[in-house]
Design a protein around this ligand. Structure first.
Ligand code: ADP
Ligand code: XUL
Length: 568
């Protein structure tokens, strides 16, 4: 047996056991397999666009040409990806040794199961055939709205009005009605596709959808991912009657019960036992959202730490025990600590927008992109860019690029900084402007939402956190050292850790602190952190930080003017 407690816990992870974490993100499905010592035994992934091209996705999604802002993905694609990933993983890890599987998924997306889906499909899967064709008839809607969808503005305003306004809704459910939130999405489905809503037996989130496949029946929505729906009471962690009514009729039965993230969703279904040789005792632990899983994977437990995830979305999050509702951030229960919450900011223009600027100005190459970043000076000569390739969440602005040059940057008073709008910058400045702009915005909004700024340290994760030049700019703008973990995919790592945690809680028949899973192993296991960029060792760091502080304020001022311009 492997001591899982270090700190006095009697529970141990069996020496030969493995724990699987999956992450069904926007662009791919990834896996991390940990052993009982929390070393990584195997990793693998399926990339939706390139490995499953027959679904025709770009960046993992389909954009509706007939309806602005409608962005969906086929749930069948996620199911086929699961089959494919497990068949690849089987040759890398002995799946018979897996004690528990858990998972992570993009938040907010909704899957509409057709009446009778459990008996006709989920509980009757034939292990000799692949998953997707057997599920083809299981959906009331073949397309799931995903977190990138921004087509529900009308429903958001209706839900907010019914619940006493945006701030009250945020205080009750964790966030105002953002367009991606599942409640407004379900309301839109009921209003615009009533035949789909009528034919729907159960609505799953992407996380509970994937867990449902693994248990061969409807899995509960976990209380952490459930906070992204606008229908759950953020304090009681139960569905709210008034919010359900403000969303759609007869909704409660379609959502089902909520469960804590550490709970067992069920034993793995016979399909996976026979097809991939999982043990029939293998537990499926509740799946949760990708940001909560990242929080677990980064073992974020210090309120002074700030996590920044640079994936398809960019997110900024930290933990607190006394969250204050705001109009910008989302409050979610911490998936591994029932006493605390996570505060999250989400940007839609993350990696895909950086890639767009790279393709326009840096020869489609990250090396050239980095060279241009290094050729340009910090502060970019006052050039500020606002690049919205997608309708942005924070600030809520439509697609479009806006460029300003801020003058008098040698002064230290905001009043003396004046800006001039321009059409373009030199290519190197465009590249610096996108990166500086993203971090300036994150710093400004993080501060407004009560996240720690400057943080004691930043822990960076997600695909772009592998880029050291980008991390250097992050450190300068936030005024803090940046750490990274061994792997940039903290969400699937977090899911594997949560699998071990759920297994321990089940073994003990009560909640055990998450630290029992990893204490004593933080420096020696896959969880170890490296200092990627130091901060504060020279006066220049501090002088630059003061200038960036002014630019943050200037940027928020310009954002406000843009919001006013586009709301006219
Ligand atoms: P997801 O949110 O889908 O899980 P990932 O965290 O896997 O996304 O991040 C994928 C993104 O990582 C890609 O879209 C790519 O733009 C970005 N990326 C990968 N390598 C680099 C790099 N060297 N510099 C900047 N971005 C990178
Ligand atoms: C968070 C959000 C995104 C998705 C991306 O609220 O919408 O970060 O979870 O996968």
């Amino acid at each position: 047996m492997s001591d899982a407690g270090g700190g006095g816990c009697s529970v141990r992870l069996p020496d030969d056991s493995l724990f699987v974490g999956l992450d069904c993100s926007t662009q791919s499905l990834k896996a991390t397999v940990l052993d009982a010592g929390l070393a990584i035994v195997a990793t693998d992934s399926v990339h939706f666009d390139s490995d499953l091209p027959h679904y025709g996705t770009h960046g993992g999604v389909l954009r509706d040409p007939t309806e602005r802002g409608r962005i969906v993905s086929p749930p069948l694609m996620w199911a086929e990806a699961l089959d494919l990933l497990l068949s690849k993983l089987r040759s890398r890890a002995d799946l018979r040794r897996v004690a528990a599987v858990s998972g992570s998924a993009q938040q907010h997306g909704s899957v509409y199961w057709a009446k009778g889906a459990v008996t006709a499909a989920l509980a009757a899967l034939d292990p000799t055939r692949s998953l997707a064709p057997q599920l083809a008839g299981a959906f009331a809607a073949p397309e799931s709205p995903v977190w990138m969808d921004s087509s529900t503005a009308a429903q958001c305003r209706e839900v907010e009005a019914a619940m006493g306004g945006p701030l009250r809704l945020a205080a009750l459910t964790g966030c105002r009605a953002h367009e991606r939130c599942t409640g407004p999405q379900i309301r839109k489905m009921w209003q615009t596709r009533p035949q789909v809503y009528d034919a729907t037996e159960r609505v799953s989130l992407v996380s509970s959808f994937m867990a449902s496949l693994l248990v061969g029946g409807y899995a509960c929505i976990d209380q952490t991912d459930g906070a992204g729906m606008n229908i759950m009471d953020i304090n009681k962690r139960q569905l709210r009657e008034d919010a359900l009514q403000a969303t759609a009729p007869k909704l409660e039965g379609r959502i089902g019960k909520l469960a804590p993230a550490h709970a067992v969703a069920g034993k793995i279904a016979p399909y996976f036992v026979q097809r991939f040789q999982f043990a029939s005792s293998c537990l499926v632990i509740q799946w949760s959202g990708d940001n909560p899983n990242s929080l677990a994977g980064l073992t974020l437990s210090n309120p002074g730490d700030l996590a920044i995830s640079l994936g398809t979305s960019d997110t900024v999050f930290g933990i607190t025990d006394s969250p204050e509702p705001t109009l910008e951030g989302n409050i979610l229960p911490n998936p591994v600590d029932p006493k605390t919450y996570m505060v999250l900011l989400c940007y839609k223009n993350g990696s895909l927008t950086r890639e767009d600027l790279r393709d326009r100005y840096a020869e489609r190459s990250w090396d050239t992109f980095n060279r241009l970043l290094e050729e340009t000076a910090p502060l970019n000569g006052g050039k500020l860019g606002f690049y919205y390739k997608e309708h942005e969440i924070l600030p809520p602005l439509p697609v479009g690029f806006h460029r300003y040059v801020v003058k008098n940057m040698t002064n230290i008073s905001l009043d003396e900084l004046v800006e001039e709008e321009v059409d373009k910058f030199e290519p190197p400045s465009e590249v610096r402007a996108v990166i500086e702009g993203q971090f300036l915005s994150m710093r400004g909004h993080a501060e407004k939402c009560g996240l720690p700024v400057p943080p004691k340290r930043i822990i960076a994760t997600g695909g772009a956190s592998s880029n050291p030049i980008i991390l250097k700019i992050m450190a300068s703008i936030f005024g803090s050292p940046v750490y990274t973990s061994q792997r940039s995919d903290s969400a699937s790592l977090g899911a594997a850790l949560r699998a071990a945690h759920g297994w321990l809680c089940n073994q003990e028949d009560e909640f055990v602190p998450f630290s029992y899973v990893y204490s004593g192993r933080l420096d020696t296991s896959a969880l170890s952190m490296q200092l990627a960029v130091p901060f504060g060792n020279c006066n220049e760091d501090t002088e630059l930080l003061n200038k960036y502080t002014l630019l943050v304020k200037k940027r928020l001022e310009i954002e406000q003017k843009l919001i006013e311009r586009f709301s006219r």
